[in-house]
Design a protein. Structure first.
Ligand SMILES: NC(=O)c1ccc[n+]([C@@H]2O[C@H](COP(=O)([O-])OP(=O)(O)OC[C@H]3O[C@@H](n4cnc5c(N)ncnc54)[C@H](OP(=O)(O)O)[C@@H]3O)[C@@H](O)[C@H]2O)c1
Length: 327
């Protein structure tokens, strides 16, 4: 098998490529970065070997990312079955009756018959409607009362209907995962939990929990997040400037970015790497060309300091806000 297509088996029998392209751009950026860039970078990523693409309704670029996939299928670069595409159910659609229409809307935008993975983006149900971030006068999200187990049952039906191959969750803590796993009549377990994960927040407890239930942990923010002031406290240290990571990179004649991506793959984590820069997209796929030693892995494990870049502060106060739990 092409080493660049390295995949792991999910608990429902499907396979997920261990490296994925992140496609999120901050809401302020579309003004500066034309949406057509999502089309260009996704096409380029497929050309250099990316087979897993991570997107979401809330990123507002599924149309361009879908066009890129279509165009790479049309020119013979890939077949649909060799692409692994993830979309996400946004917080305004967690009421069970809104789940399938939300997925169908994404599919229509993407011009695809199915997605490979559909995940609950956040465990936070918020007021349904056109507004993606409905806020109260204090700037907090207006919560909606939805039992996540009912949302999950609607996702199970989407899988049965063939609209998605696999179903999973994102930003769930272990208690929220347990709630789904212990649901009476559970038909399908979540195949994954996509969470922020990097050497400064290595999620070792959540990873152990997920592994013990055959749930794949998918890492976002793996390169230290997009340091956008609307999203991230810019006083937090810059991951890729860490001296330990820089020394390990130097020893292997690689970059700190490749070291942190490789770290995740070697510990059994599926890793996303966002880049809208062709040089860096091309660099990131080189993650399969070297190996970290057990000593390197141990040194990187030692960097954990529970630094969460994406705190999603507008969700604080919501009864399901996930990041107050230890893991
Ligand atoms: N489920 C969720 O709630 C959630 C939350 C956040 C993110 N995500 C997903 O995870 C993806 C990745 O997370 P992220 O957006 O936080 O970004 P990230 O993967 O941590 O990347 C952060 C930044 O690193 C830069 N970069 C990429 N390759 C590099 C390299 N080789 N050397 C140096 N810098 C490099 C990128 O800038 P350039 O573009 O300039 O290269 C990017 O802005 C997202 O795009 C999205 O698909 C999901």
């Amino acid at each position: 098998m092409d080493p660049k297509g390295q995949r792991v088996k999910l608990n429902d029998g499907h396979f997920i490529p261990v490296l994925g392209l992140g496609t999120a751009v901050p809401p302020v950026v579309p003004v500066l970065i034309p949406k057509s860039e999502a089309l260009e970078v996704t096409k380029f990523a497929i050309e250099v070997g990316f087979r897993h693409i991570d997107c979401a309704h809330v990123y507002r670029n599924e149309e361009q990312v879908g066009q890129a996939i279509q165009s790479k299928i049309a020119d013979g670069t890939v077949k649909r079955e060799n692409i692994f595409y993830t979309s996400k159910l946004w917080c305004t659609f967690l009421r069970p009756e809104l789940v399938r229409p939300a997925l169908e809307k994404s599919l229509k935008t993407l011009q695809l018959d199915y997605v490979d993975l559909y995940i609950i983006h956040f465990p936070l149900a918020v007021k349904p409607g056109e507004e993606l971030f409905p806020k109260d006068e204090n700037g907090k999200l207006i919560s909606d009362s939805v039992d996540l187990c009912h949302t999950w049952e609607a996702l199970e039906k989407c899988k049965d209907a063939g609209l998605t191959k696999s179903i999973g969750v994102s930003n769930f803590n272990h208690k929220q995962l347990e709630k789904i796993l212990n649901k009476p009549g559970l038909k399908y377990k979540p195949v994954c939990n996509q969470v922020e994960c990097h050497p400064y927040l290595n999620q070792s407890k959540l990873l152990d929990f997920c592994k013990s239930h055959d749930i794949v942990l998918v890492a976002y923010g793996a390169l230290g997040s997009q340091r956008i002031k609307e999203w991230v406290n810019l006083n937090l240290p810059i991951l890729l400037e860490d001296s330990v990571l820089c020394a390990i990179a130097k020893k292997h004649k690689q970059t700190p970015a490749l070291v942190v991506l490789r770290y995740q793959i070697q510990r059994g984590v599926v890793v996303l790497a966002k880049s809208y820069n062709k040089k860096r997209i091309n660099e990131n796929i080189q993650v399969f060309d070297f190996e970290l030693t057990p000593e390197d892995m141990k040194a990187i494990d030692g960097l954990n300091r529970n630094i969460r870049y994406y705190e999603f502060l507008i969700g604080v106060g919501h009864p399901e806000y996930p990041f107050s739990e230890e893991y």
